[in-house]
Design a protein around this ligand. Structure first.
Ligand code: ARG
Length: 585
C-alpha cells in the first residue's frame, strides 16, 4: 500500500469515530508535503473539521495525533494554524522499499474504480502521409492508453481515420488523369501525395478543375463503381503506409473505424436529430442551434460578431444544402456507435486544440441526448521550429513525420558516435533508432500538452538535460552495476538506510504509485515525465554520495536494493511512455 493510503486509512479510522458528515469526511486527505523540511506528508484535516466539531483547530490536531495509530511509521507534529505533518521513519522507508522491490507493479495499485475508456487518437486524414503535427495525437494518445490500462481500466483504442473527406475528390480526379502506376507500387503514399497536391494546386488556379474534383467526390459518395474502386485502393495503400509508421513507433489500435465506417448511419443520425427537435432545417441545410441552456458567452452555438459585438448564431451544420454530410455528422454517428458497442464511461478525443469549437458543440449536443459517457477533448498545441514559428520545410509544407523520425535517429547517431561504449555497429544502429524515437516521444510527452513547443533535435537527444537519453542512462547505470557483481543479486530480508540521499531515493520510489493515477486527472502524461526526471535526479545524487560496489555487507545490499528498484521503476515508467529502456548504451 502507498504511504499516502496508509496514512489516510489511519486518519480515517480516527475520524470515523467522530461525528462528521460523510460528505465532508470524504474530502479529508493526506498529501505529499511540498517542503520536506517539516515532513513527508501533511493533512489539513483539523482545520477542515474544527468548525463542525466545534473545536479549536490546533487542539483538534493534537487530539488526532494522540489517537492515530501509526506504530513506528511516522513522527507527527503540528504546524501553523493546525496542519499535521507526518515525518516517515528510516525504517518505514526500508520496509516500503523492499515491498516495492518485490512488487511487479512497482507499487502502483490497481484501481478500485474500474472504468471503460474509449480513446480516439492519431486519426489522421488518409491519402496523405502523416506530417509532424500528427506526432502529438499519436504519442499522447498512446501513452494515455498505456497508462490507463496499467492502472487497471478497460481501454479501447480507435483510430478514427479521415478516409472519406474532400481530399478523395482530388485524389480521384488526378488519379484518372495522371496516375503513375509504378510509382504507386514503389512508394504509394508519396504518389498519392503527389496526386493530391497536383489536384489541389490545379483547383486553386482553375474553378472548372475544382468543380471536377467535387464531381468526383459526389460520384464516389453516390456509389459510382470506378470511383469506389479507386478509393478502396487508395485507402488500403494509405493504411499500409500508416501501419509502417505505427509499427516503427510501437503504437497499436484495437480498431480502425474511420469516417467511412459510418456512411450508412449518417442519414438516420440527421433524421433522429430532426425528430427530437435538436436539429432543424435552415436555408436548405440541417443545423443544430443553441439549446439556450448556457450563458451566451459560453454557448458554443453563439458567437460575438467581431465588428458589431452582437451575438450571432453559430450553428453546427450536420447536412449541407447540397445534401452532403460532413465531419460533424460522422462524429455524431460515431457517438451512437460507441455507446451501443462499448458503452464507455469516458471518451477521450486526442485532437488539436483548433478543433475546440467542434468538440464543444458535439459535447453540448451529446448532453441534450443524455449521452451517458464523460466526453473529453484532450487538446494540444502546435509544434514549432527553433525560431518559435510553426515547423515548416524549406518548401513551406509541414515536414512529413517519417522524415522527422529519420532526422531524430540521425541526431542520435551523432551522440552515439561520440559517447557510446558500444562496439558493435548493429547494436549502435539499434540504439540510435531507439534513442531517436524515444527522444521524439519524450519531448512530446514532457511538455504541458496545451503549450506549443520548439522542436530542437540536438537538445532532445542530448544525454544531459530533461531528456529521454538521460532517463535511459539512469536505467543503464544501475544495470551495469549488477553486471559487475560476482554473484547474482538476491533481495535481502531487510535493508537499512542512514544517508539522506538513500532516504530521498527510497522516498521518490515510494511515490510512483501515488503519482501515476494523477495522470488521468486531466489527461497529462507530463505528470509522469516530471516524476521520472525527479526520480533519476534522486538516483544520481544517491549514486554520487553513496558508493555501491565499494561498500560491503548490509550497507551494500541495501544500496543494491535501491539500485534494483530504481531500474525497475524507470523501466516501467518509460514503458508507459512507449519507450523501451536499453540494457547498454
Ligand atoms: N481526422 C481528423 C483530423 O485529422 C481528426 C479526427 C479526430 N477524431 C474525431 N472523432 N473527430 O483533423
Amino acid at each position: 500500500m502507498t504511504f499516502q493510503s496508509q496514512l489516510e486509512t489511519a486518519l480515517q479510522n480516527v475520524l470515523g469515530e467522530m461525528e462528521i458528515p460523510p460528505a465532508l469526511l470524504s474530502k479529508v486527505g493526506v498529501t505529499a508535503a511540498k517542503d520536506l523540511q517539516f515532513g513527508d506528508y501533511q493533512t489539513n484535516a483539523a482545520m477542515m473539521l474544527a468548525k463542525v466539531l466545534k473545536k479549536n483547530p490546533r487542539e483538534l490536531a493534537q487530539e488526532l495525533i494522540d489517537k492515530i495509530e501509526l506504530g513506528d511509521l511516522a513522527e507527527l507534529s503540528i504546524a501553523g494554524p493546525g496542519f499535521i505533518n507526518f515525518k516517515l521513519s528510516a525504517e518505514a522507508f526500508g520496509t516500503q522499499l523492499l515491498a516495492l522491490a518485490k512488487d511487479d507493479r512497482c507499487g502502483v495499485p490497481t484501481t478500485e474504480a474500474k472504468k471503460t475508456y474509449l480513446i480516439d487518437f492519431s486519426s489522421p486524414n488518409v491519402a496523405k502521409p502523416m506530417h509532424v503535427g500528427h506526432i502529438r495525437s499519436t504519442i499522447i494518445g498512446d501513452s494515455l492508453s498505456r497508462i490507463s490500462r496499467f492502472l487497471g481500466h478497460e481501454v479501447i483504442t480507435d483510430n478514427h481515420i479521415g478516409d472519406w473527406g474532400t481530399q478523395f475528390g482530388m485524389v480521384i480526379w488526378a488519379w484518372k488523369g495522371d496516375l503513375n502506376e509504378s510509382a504507386l507500387q514503389e512508394a504509394p503514399l508519396q504518389e498519392l501525395l503527389r496526386l493530391y497536391r497536383l489536384a489541389s494546386n490545379a483547383s486553386k488556379e482553375d474553378e472548372t478543375i475544382k468543380n471536377a474534383c467535387r464531381q468526383e467526390l459526389v460520384k464516389l459518395q453516390a456509389g459510382d463503381e470506378e470511383n469506389t474502386a479507386i478509393w478502396e485502393r487508395a485507402v488500403e495503400l494509405s493504411k499500409q503506409g500508416l501501419q509502417a509508421i505505427y509499427t516503427r513507433l510501437d503504437v497499436s489500435f484495437d480498431h480502425w473505424l474511420g469516417e467511412s465506417a459510418y456512411n450508412e448511419q449518417l442519414g438516420s443520425t440527421v433524421e433522429g436529430l430532426l425528430e427530437s427537435g435538436i436539429a432543424k432545417e435552415s436555408e436548405g441545410a440541417v443545423c443544430v442551434f443553441s439549446g439556450g441552456t448556457s450563458e451566451k458567452k459560453k454557448d458554443p452555438f453563439i458567437k460575438s460578431d467581431p465588428d458589431t459585438k452582437e451575438f450571432v448564431d453559430f450553428p453546427m451544420i450536420i447536412k449541407k444544402s447540397d445534401g452532403a454530410f460532413n465531419y460533424a455528422t460522422t462524429d455524431l454517428a460515431t457517438l451512437a456507435y460507441r455507446r451501443e458497442n462499448w458503452n464507455p464511461d469516458h471518451v477521450l478525443y486526442v485532437v488539436d486544440h483548433r478543433q475546440g469549437e467542434h468538440f464543444q458543440q458535439l459535447f453540448d449536443i451529446a448532453g441534450r441526448l443524455d449521452y451517458p459517457a464523460g466526453l473529453h477533448h484532450v487538446a494540444f498545441g502546435t509544434i514549432c521550429g527553433k525560431d518559435g514559428k510553426p515547423l515548416k520545410t524549406r518548401a513551406g509544407d509541414l515536414p512529413q513525420l517519417e522524415d522527422v523520425l529519420d532526422e531524430a535517429v540521425e541526431a542520435a547517431q551523432r551522440v552515439i558516435a561520440e559517447k557510446s561504449h558500444l562496439e558493435n555497429e548493429e547494436e549502435k544502429a539499434a540504439l540510435a533508432e531507439n534513442i531517436g524515437l524515444a527522444s521524439v516521444k519524450f519531448t512530446e510527452l514532457s511538455h504541458n500538452r496545451m503549450s506549443d513547443y520548439n522542436f530542437d533535435l540536438d537538445k532532445m537527444v542530448a544525454l544531459e538535460g530533461d531528456t529521454a537519453p538521460y532517463l535511459m542512462y539512469s536505467y543503464v547505470r544501475p544495470q551495469s552495476i549488477f553486471r559487475k557483481l560476482e554473484n547474482e543479486f538476491v533481495l535481502p530480508d531487510a535493508v537499512t538506510f542512514t544517508e539522506a540521499q538513500e532516504i530521498h531515493l527510497a522516498r521518490m520510489l515510494s511515490r510512483f504509485g501515488e503519482i501515476l493515477p494523477n495522470v488521468l486527472d486531466d489527461y497529462r502524461p507530463n505528470v509522469l515525465t516530471t516524476y521520472l526526471l525527479e526520480l533519476a535526479r534522486a538516483f544520481h545524487s544517491f549514486f554520487e554520495a553513496c558508493p555501491v560496489l565499494k561498500s560491503a555487507g548490509e550497507v551494500q545490499t541495501s544500496r543494491l536494493a535501491l539500485c534494483y528498484t530504481t531500474a525497475k521503476t524507470l523501466k516501467q515508467g518509460l514503458s508507459l511512455l512507449g519507450i523501451a529502456a536499453p540494457e547498454k548504451m
